[in-house]
Ligand binder design. Structure first.
Ligand code: DGL
Length: 269
């Protein structure tokens, strides 16, 4: 084992959403140290342009590299769709996004070859999921729907509210009419309203939350690069945000399913 094995994994998102991915990573690899960055000053990414999002994500990735991370997980679908190739060109450590894992899982699950993807405007417009799914099986029909109000509802902690139900019904009615059997949560914020989504679309449609699949991809990549942390002690976690840390502690703890005690502010401009 070399010094790099003990180095942390860097995980980032526009806000809380990536904590759903971090949670899956910690369950699969409890020994790994992790630095999480939530770009709370610039959330939501989903309605911003590719150039703007890429600029933020490059700065966050450089910050993580300065903090000696051994691998970066872009735990945001919008940033994965818009910026992954630019990040791979500029950052000289292994870096992975979340779109491949979700696409693969959906392809394995669908029986009628009709898959729905819901995500931010940016993710849907990029066609990243459709392209990735068609690369694996071109016979699969992909129906996409942007759900821009989901992120603010989740960021406010409105996981189970009649208003959230109404918004879900409004966005998903067309997709249900297409008779899909698989629905990809193409935004890392959405697992927090998974139960409400399932309630509103019925039990026949399987919901794919890619967090666990992403965690397995991270593990494979660490093994391939001989970077797995094999120490005996459990990993340590640090949290950074680009706006006030207070809200992140309370709502972030719900996303992470564990109390987040310390959050530091780090501006990126
Ligand atoms: N959680 C992010 C995603 O997976 C982005 C939400 C946003 O900032 O719009 O797309």
């Amino acid at each position: 084992m070399n010094k790099k094995n003990n180095a942390p994994i860097g995980i980032f998102d526009s806000g809380f959403g990536g904590l759903t991915v971090m949670s899956a990573v910690t369950k699969l690899m409890p020994k790994e140290n992790i630095i999480y960055f939530g770009d709370t000053a610039h959330v939501p990414y989903g309605s911003k342009s590719k150039d703007v999002v890429t600029n933020f994500t490059l700065k966050i990735s450089k910050f993580l590299v300065q903090n000696n991370v051994k691998l970066i997980v872009v735990a945001c679908n919008t940033a994965s769709a818009f910026s992954l190739s630019a990040l791979k060109k500029n950052i000289k450590i292994p870096i992975i996004g979340v779109i491949k894992a979700g696409s693969k899982t959906a392809v394995l699950n669908t029986k009628n070859n009709k898959v729905a993807v819901i995500g931010t405007e940016g993710t849907v417009k990029s066609n990243a999921y459709t392209n990735e799914i068609k690369k694996i099986n071109k016979n699969i029909k992909v129906f996409s729907q942007a759900c821009p109000l989901f992120v603010p509802l989740v960021e406010e902690g409105w996981f189970n509210s009649p208003i959230t139900d109404d918004v879900i019904k409004f966005y998903l009615k067309n997709i249900i009419n297409k008779k899909v059997d698989t629905l990809i949560l193409g935004c890392t914020h959405y697992p927090l309203i998974k139960k409400s989504i399932q309630k509103n679309i019925g039990n026949k449609i399987k919901i794919i939350d890619s967090a666990t699949a992403v965690a397995y991809e991270v593990k494979d990549l660490l093994i391939k690069n001989n970077l797995l942390n094999n120490t005996k002690s459990n990993g340590k976690y640090s949290f950074y945000v680009s706006d006030s840390p207070d809200k992140f502690k309370t709502i972030g703890s719900k996303f992470f399913c564990k109390e987040i005690k310390t959050v530091k502010k780090m501006e990126i401009n």
